[in-house]
Design a protein around this ligand. Sequence first.
Ligand code: FSX
Ligand code: SF4
Ligand code: SF4
Length: 309
Amino acid sequence: MSLTRRDFVKLCSGTVAGLGVSQLFHPGLVMAMKEGMQKHPVIWIQGQGCTGCSVSILNSTNPSIKKVLLDIISMEYHPTLMAAEGQTAMEQLYAAAEKFKGKFFLAVEGAIPMAADGKYCVVGEMHDKDGNHREITMLDAVSELAPMSGGVLALGTCAAYGGIPGAKGNVTEAVGVGTLFEKKGIKTPVVNIPGCAPHPDWMVGSIAYVLTQGALPELDRDGRPTLFFGENIHENCPYLEQFEFAEFAETFTSKGCRYELGCKGPSVYADCFKRRWNGGVNWCVENAVCIGCVEPFFPDGMSPFYEPE
Ligand code: FSX
Ligand code: SF4
Ligand code: SF4
């Protein structure tokens, strides 16, 4: 049984409160994903980040992370999840890239520092066959592995656009995947899945999309899937009516539009208002504000967080 792109979008979009990527578990889709995951495993590498993106995917509740790892993502390498370390881990990384050349997805988490030849972020070390010691930087890993991959998933705002490591000051010259590719002339396709951290559904759903549809999802001008980043937070916010009547909350504990508290919803595109977070219990705007964590100009362009724009 196959599903059209339209069916997939309907399953993924979570238009009914509480629906998540769990709706992907249509029997036809599970079959398609199982076939896809064997052929297209994921190699996940981490640079300048807080590991929040990995923690977020581990919090996938709908489907559970167990189901994600058994039915959607065949993880060939993940520095935090795997038991191997040191030389063994590095050998596994490059062996997997060689074995699945042109077919694997490279998941990049965290930014890539370009200053000092990338030495601000050494992700591993190994001895080559002549016994020479080599430090592998994040810059080396992305530059070498991306052209071998079938596509890159830039997970989190750091990997997509530089994010927090790339904020004002930026002594390490941290950049996202897109900027690195421009500088190095790397042409491998990239899907940006920003968020600091990204929602598990955005990561799992984007991977499931590629595996089942055999193509990249439609992307917006910032390289994000419109499936998850196509709608404006403010225009869909439950407080929109209060905004229009200028009924602004003065404290975080009071109800009412959070604009005066610093909410950046009007310039932010993501589906948090309907997808919600932590298994659907809440989302930022309900008790705090949207700080625009999915936007290319986060965090500098969104600061100060708690003052109106
Ligand atoms: Fe960045 Fe990932 Fe922010 Fe953290 O590691 S997107 S700092 S929440 O989680 O890269
Ligand atoms: Fe817009 Fe934020 Fe007010 Fe919601 S709380 S209406 S997103 S400004
Ligand atoms: Fe990021 Fe805003 Fe969504 Fe919160 S509501 S996760 S700050 S885009």
